[in-house]
Design a protein around this ligand. Structure first.
Ligand code: PFF
Ligand code: NA
Length: 440
């Protein structure tokens, strides 16, 4: 069977934006930003997105488009080395780890969405009365496992439908919906009483945090930059492997990074006014996995039309999460399809069954969940991206330059040599350094 390609250029861009925009933007970004000095952190984070994220994204794109293979096959075929091929298995493992916690949080969101949607008929969502207790129930036991499996099933259906009819069509519908709803919610949030205070908190320019503790901010900023751009897992290698024609990878990559950042900022403009309208300061609710749910559920319950706002909000988060989870599932699925000629449906079923189990473990054990969602993912993504960069710089070399330049404009072409140098030398050193600061 011939390998699928994206039907359109915009299809590829939207799929990649769909992967990038997710829980990282709506759930993680506002909090990490607020905790680390607001917009001063934003400056460091944006710097890393631009100087590490975009070049890293282009490294993954170059590997994928050059090889037309998912990570394991790509590294083997481009290097001719079985050792690199074996390292490719690392990305399959990363994907399983990522999906195991991502699908659990996706399940929580689905649960809130369903609860809010049903309440639109006139009742109050159950979480209005006691947000904390409700979240406790959502995040534990059978409920957590059940909705995790449901979210995973939705992910599986889209991936099963294939690159064009599943991922491309799905993200073409989901991403515009996410953007429109988020802009509407931000506009509405601006009219809330706490808005001015919230913006001041979120966008305050507090350089002192960075001046006091630059190295402390570096780790979270780098981790957030990689996670939010879906880097280091091989998603972007896999998506670029379906690009059929030569067009500017640099342009596409920059577009994707800009849109992803925009959604992160927009999400903050929704989340913080909501919390402040209720007089909750983000510091009070804490930053644990449930903070967003507990805090927002409380805010929604106090607002006129809160049920409707809640439904729209959880729809946004659910769609953003789904368009990311499909990109994670596609990594091991493409691996099985490319390397072992497994049928797509069998691959989806097999990987799905595995993640039903590993995700259930995360759903039921808080400390395992915390470890996987935090340290493990940060380390896997950083190591994974470092390997891609080294591969581009030291194994592909000239081929990488040629691939980078194919379809590129003047500016990108002029930047191609510095890019390769950064990929092979500066960025790996920087990433290993941030890993070291994470471990003290
Ligand atoms: N970028 C996604 C987010 O911000 O939620 C998370 C993610 C997706 C990370 C895919 C890694 C990945 F391969
Ligand atoms: Na993101």
């Amino acid at each position: 069977m011939t390998r699928e390609t994206w039907a359109t250029r915009i299809g590829f861009i939207l799929a990649a934006v769909g992967s990038a925009v997710g829980l990282g933007n709506i759930w993680r970004f506002p909090w990490v930003t607020a905790e680390n000095g607001g917009s001063a952190f934003l400056v460091v984070y944006l710097g890393i997105v631009l100087l590490v994220g975009v070049p890293g994204l282009l490294a993954e794109f170059v590997i994928g488009r050059r090889s037309n293979r998912s990570p394991a096959g790509a590294l083997r075929s481009l290097s001719g080395s079985d050792a690199w091929g074996a390292w490719g298995l690392f990305y399959v493992g990363t994907a399983v780890a990522l999906l195991s916690f991502y699908s659990v949080v996706g399940g929580w969101i689905l649960r809130y969405f369903v609860e809010s949607g049903l309440a639109l008929a006139g009742t109050e969502p159950a979480y209005f009365a006691s947000p904390g207790q409700y979240f406790g129930g959502v995040a534990a036991g059978f409920d957590a496992v059940g909705f995790h499996v449901l979210f995973l099933a939705l992910t599986g259906i889209i991936v099963f439908a294939g690159v064009r009819r599943g991922i491309e069509l799905g993200t073409k519908v989901m991403m515009p919906a996410v953007l429109v709803l988020l802009v509407a919610l931000a506009g509405w949030a601006a009219t809330q009483s706490g808005a001015a205070e919230a913006y001041a908190f979120y966008l305050r320019f507090d350089l002192s945090v960075i001046r006091q503790n630059f190295f402390g901010v570096l780790g979270p900023a780098a981790g957030q930059a990689l996670f939010t751009l879906s880097l280091g897992a091989g998603t972007m290698v896999t998506y670029a492997s379906y690009v059929g024609e030569d067009r500017s990878l640099a342009f596409d990559g920059t577009t994707i990074a800009v849109l992803n950042t925009l959604v992160g900022v927009l999400a903050g403009l929704v989340v913080f006014p909501l919390l402040f309208s209720l007089g909750i300061s983000p510091g009070e609710t804490g930053t644990g996995a449930g903070a967003l749910f507990v805090g927002l559920a409380g805010a929604f319950s106090q607002l006129p039309g809160g049920t409707l706002i809640a439904t729209a909000f959880f729809a946004v988060v659910a769609l953003a999460a789904l368009s990311s989870s499909i990109s994670i599932l596609e990594i091991p699925v493409a691996f099985l399809v490319d390397e072992y000629d497994v049928e797509r449906r069998t691959a989806v079923a097999g990987v799905g069954a595995l993640v039903v189990v590993t995700g259930s473990v995360c759903a039921l054990d808080q400390s395992i969940f915390g470890f996987v969602a935090g340290t493990l993912v940060d380390v896997l993504l950083t190591a994974g991206l470092t390997a891609f960069l080294v591969f581009v710089g030291w194994v592909m070399g000239r081929d990488a330059l040629e691939e980078f330049r194919a379809g590129a404009g003047e500016v990108a072409t002029a930047l191609s040599t510095p890019w390769l140098f950064a990929a092979g030398a500066l960025l790996p050193v920087f990433l290993v350094f941030t890993l070291l600061t994470t471990f003290g």
